[in-house]
Design a protein around this ligand. Sequence first.
Ligand SMILES: [Zn+2]
Length: 61
Amino acid sequence: MDGVLNEVTNTVHKHEQGASELQTVCGATFHCSHDELSRLTAIETRTTSKCGRCFEGGGSY
Ligand SMILES: [Zn+2]
């Protein structure tokens, strides 16, 4: 599963399959610049928090 990290908020979002490179399922990064975002090849949540809208039951809003 791929993820998108918002480096500003330190939150991991789920990458939307078939969408553009840094598009997330929840759309929270739509207005973020690409400088603020990193593509992840794996979901890393030890040092980051998960987006509550991308990951049901995980993390907080
Ligand atoms: Zn999200």
